[in-house]
Design a protein around this ligand. Structure first.
Ligand code: SF4
Length: 195
């Protein structure tokens, strides 16, 4: 039996971390950062059919100082990369990044010198969204997953421990591709064997 069973009804027990996480996840404001065709799907997500306003996120911020989520929608050109980084630096802490679409995540079909081959070369990415373009439902799913992450974000020294554990887990991960099995090398023929 926990202490909550001895308290009168109506008393809510929680932690500062959970309250802060709940407040943060309920007040995410995206910065406008549509770069290419994926931005059309991003705009559609804000419309009445998909209704990003259900999360209180329909207010796209035109100043980075009042935004804490960057949704990179489209391929990032080399020329745009420093601008993107500057806007990211001006956003308020804590902040998060969703890489929307294959072009933002990896350069996609634009495998050339003009396009950054993955926006994670410029800013840290929290969620990668596959597809060309990802549907608004996929973006909503990414937002829900990001909310879960924000809700469970630790504070202070707990945050430092969490980051250290994540880094250690990353270092322990096995490589995605195992080395190919080598063909067996035939040994020397036995003396006196059949020709
Ligand atoms: S992923 Fe597809 S839709 Fe999105 S920017 Fe690239 S080409 Fe356009």
């Amino acid at each position: 039996m926990g202490i909550e069973d001895k308290l009168p009804s109506g008393v809510l027990l929680t932690t500062v971390e959970k309250v802060a996480g709940y407040a943060r996840k309920s007040s995410v404001w995206p910065a406008t950062f549509g770069l290419a065709c994926c931005a059309i799907e991003l705009m559609s997500t804000g419309g009445p059919r998909h209704d990003m306003a259900r999360f209180g996120m329909e207010r796209a911020s035109n100043t980075p100082r009042q935004a804490d989520l960057m949704i990179v929608a489209g391929r990032v050109s080399q020329k745009m990369a420093p601008v993107l980084r500057q806007i990211y630096d001006q956003m308020s802490e804590p902040k998060w990044v969703i890489s929307m679409g294959v072009c933002a995540s990896s350069g996609g079909m634009f495998n050339n010198y003009a396009i950054v081959q993955g926006v994670d070369h410029i800013v840290p990415v929290d969620i990668y969204l596959p597809g060309c373009p990802p549907r608004p439902e996929m973006l909503l799913d990414a937002i829900v997953k990001l909310h879960d992450r924000i809700q469970n974000m630790k504070l202070g020294v707990n945050r430092e421990h969490q980051v250290t554990e994540l880094e250690q887990a990353q270092l322990r991960r096995l490589p995605l591709s195992a080395p190919a099995p080598q063909p067996a090398v035939p040994g020397p023929a036995a003396p006196g064997g059949a020709d």
